[in-house]
Design a binder for this molecule. Structure first.
Ligand code: SAH
Length: 240
């Protein structure tokens, strides 16, 4: 079973490499023929529901948001595969299941103010915007912050604010947040994020160096409760 998984992954990365190397004008035309809605439905049932994600609103958001719009055109045909994908600047868009899992852990009902650290492509921000009232997202690489902001605007999202900066510091001007999600990995939980978490708030964050543990932190009566969810691999949190 494990061997099969590794072989599949090697094949996928080979396709990815060839796609990057052979991109040409025919890419756009080829992409037009792909039934992305079918691929999205299959992604949700086979990768997300099958692994135990139950929150109906999360499943609906994952069905709705067009993940292929958030990856480079040359690899749009791979957007619904069970893997993270490169988005430039040595960064990646997370695996769909991880996006769903982290989002479900936030238990969003619709009236929350959410903070995301690590905007990247803007995909996770779009998912959050479907499920909460306001989304504030911080990205440290200016080019990624700009392209995500442009795309989210183009897609019609009016409840997302993108800011370029160091997410370690959070966004004190708009705190507290009922939910905080961190999609890059710090070695330790940044103190400012704990301070900016609202009472009864939930923080989902990968913590560690090469290998990390996905943690859920909840704040109750000023006290923190910490729960380890699963081992994960995220890009490191960059400090300025
Ligand atoms: N959530 C993203 C995936 C993020 S990849 C998506 O849906 O596409 C992690 C991102 O965190 C990268 O874009 C990286 O540049 C960014 N990042 C790393 N350190 C950061 C920091 N200190 N503050 C804000 N963003 C940071």
């Amino acid at each position: 079973m494990e061997v099969k998984k590794v072989i599949n992954l090697v094949i996928l990365w080979l396709i990815l490499f060839i796609s990057f190397a052979s991109a040409d004008d025919a890419t756009t035309e080829a992409n037009l023929k792909i039934d992305f809605q079918f691929l999205r439905k299959r992604m949700v049932s086979q990768q997300i529901q099958a692994r135990g994600i139950k929150d109906k609103r999360v499943l609906e958001a994952m069905l709705k948001v067009e993940r292929h719009r958030f990856v480079p055109e040359r690899i749009q045909h791979l957007a619904y595969e069970d893997t993270p994908l490169p988005i430039g600047y040595s960064q990646t868009i997370s695996q769909p299941y991880i996006v769903a899992l982290m989002t479900e852990l936030l238990e969003l009902k619709g009236d929350e103010k959410v903070l995301e650290i690590g905007t990247g492509s803007g995909y996770q921000a779009a998912i959050l915007a479907e499920l909460a009232k306001e989304v504030y997202t911080i990205e440290i690489i200016p080019e990624l912050a700009q392209s995500a902001e442009r795309l989210l605007k183009e897609l019609g999202y009016q409840n997302i604010q993108v800011r370029c900066g160091d997410g370690y510091l959070g966004w004190p001007q708009v705190a507290p947040f009922e939910a905080i999600i961190v999609t890059c990995a710090p070695e330790k939980i940044p103190e400012p994020l704990i301070e900016q978490l609202a009472e009864e708030g939930r923080l989902v964050i990968p913590v560690g160096t090469t290998y990390q543990e996905l943690k859920l932190i909840t704040k109750k009566k000023g006290k923190l409760q910490e729960k380890s969810i699963i081992p994960v691999r995220f890009v490191p949190m960059i400090r300025r």
